[in-house]
Design a binder for this molecule. Structure first.
Ligand SMILES: Cc1cc2nc3c(=O)[nH]c(=O)nc-3n(C[C@H](O)[C@H](O)[C@H](O)COP(=O)(O)OP(=O)(O)OC[C@H]3O[C@@H](n4cnc5c(N)ncnc54)[C@H](O)[C@@H]3O)c2cc1C
Length: 384
């Protein structure tokens, strides 16, 4: 190659970080990583940040990878050979986009809304990223009596076990502080993670109930009512509670909006070929991609590696594939600092042909049960 090829990587989640690290192994490629604030977030930090047990900075760090140039701004538009940032298009040779799923910022209408026209007059907060958790934390700390509603807005959301962990964390906290609180989890799903099978549904249901959590299955909230700060089911059932924590609808990221397949992933996910390439020639990785694996870190890393290898091949650089089948670890918060690890592997190949093998661990402290190790691996991925 006559001159160094230019690669742009969009995002700083596990998929983008893995892709950038894979690309930079090749001297022939210059890598620019573009992400808001130039920082990486570990989303599993949402729960301890929400309960004010840990600061945001424990789960957010600047991206610093030797040889990778970081642009601390959002990408505004992308094409196969270019990226627009702050109104300026820059030409590159390949683009890998891993911006994750977009949270619906209109549900509720603002970070904190006192319900208008609701008899309950509750405060309602949107969660599922670190900033949302940080904004809701003072209300959680101040709420000492009544019902906390945790509401899953729609069936597509990242880390399906995590709302159950959130409910257990809040219920266990209330018990240990002697608070007169009831935690109620509502979901449009008939059962949690029914697709994975192997007892995960039963485990989440029984662990949450034995922590004192009330669960309402097939309880779909009226999204338009939530936009106005009211909690009502699509069937018209109004909920009386003091504090509502909403896992908002997850949508395709605006950068990828033209690429979704309306028939998969509730019309919010992007199909890619075996090299991670979407229909417009952009390589796409991570939660944004239509894939048979759960929306979790290990599948995101795997698809980031796969997209990077696809991009290197397009640049004419021969590489041996490193990507293999992912082994996701989902850490289910059990409260009081304990986590149960749900480990998923695919000994018989990728789904749907190969069934997942699932091992559900006992509740174990973060330091010994794998949660702290996962945080350490994330920190090492983000920074040298
Ligand atoms: C509460 C919670 C708990 C979780 N627990 C676990 C767990 O225990 N185990 C597990 O494996 N997974 C867990 N997950 C899921 C896991 O975090 C995601 O599957 C994973 O982060 C997806 O990686 P990603 O790289 O695709 O996207 P993301 O991690 O979502 O990263 C997207 C990146 O793109 C950036 N971005 C967004 N817009 C732009 C733009 N316009 N331009 C440039 N960059 C942009 C963002 O700032 C971010 O850096 C959890 C998620 C949540 C919410």
């Amino acid at each position: 190659m006559a001159s160094r090829a230019k690669a742009a990587v969009i995002g700083a989640g596990p998929a983008a970080l893995a892709a950038a690290r894979r690309l930079i192994q090749h001297d022939d490629v210059g890598v620019t990583l573009i992400a808001p604030g130039g920082s990486a977030d570990l989303l599993a930090g949402v729960l301890p940040v929400l309960t004010s047990d840990r600061p945001v900075d424990d789960f957010r760090r600047p991206v610093s990878i030797d040889g990778v140039q970081v642009v601390a701004a959002p990408a505004e538009s992308i094409r196969a050979n270019g990226v627009q940032v702050e109104g300026q298009w820059t030409d590159v040779d390949v683009v890998i986009a891993a911006p994750g799923l977009a949270l619906d910022r209109q549900v509720p209408a603002s970070a904190s809304t006192t319900a208008a026209g609701s008899s309950s007059g509750h405060a309602m907060f949107s969660l599922w990223d670190l900033d949302g958790a940080h904004a809701a934390a003072p209300a959680v700390a101040a709420f000492e009596r009544g019902v906390i509603d945790i509401v899953i807005s729609s069936p597509l959301y990242r880390c399906p076990p995590a709302p159950y962990g959130l409910a257990m964390r809040l219920a266990t906290r209330a018990t240990s502080l002697g608070l007169d609180l009831q935690v109620r989890l509502s979901t449009p799903e008939p059962r949690p993670l029914a697709a994975i099978g192997s007892g995960v549904s039963e485990f989440l249901d029984s662990a949450a109930r034995s922590s004192g959590v009330e669960i309402r299955y097939e309880w779909a909230p009226d999204i338009e009512a939530m936009r106005q700060g009211r909690l009502v089911s699509v069937g018209g059932e109004e909920s009386e509670s003091g504090l509502v924590l909403v896992i908002p609808p997850h949508h395709v990221h605006p950068l990828l909006a033209d690429l979704v397949d309306p028939t998969v992933g509730f019309g919010q996910l992007v199909p890619v070929d075996a090299n991670g390439c979407a229909a417009n020639g952009v390589f796409v990785a991570g939660d944004a991609v239509a894939s048979p694996f759960p929306r979790a870190s290990a599948p995101a890393v795997m698809s980031g590696l796969n997209a990077a290898e696809g991009a290197l091949a397009r640049l004419g650089i021969d590489v041996l594939p490193t990507a293999s089948l992912p082994e996701p670890d989902c850490f289910v918060d059990r409260g009081s600092g304990d986590y149960s690890r749900i480990h998923i592997s695919y000994p018989d190949g990728a789904p749907p042909a190969g069934a997942p093998h699932v091992v559900i661990g006992e509740a174990t402290p973060a330091a010994t049960g794998g949660f702290d190790d996962a945080r350490q691996r994330w920190a090492e991925l983000a920074g040298d």
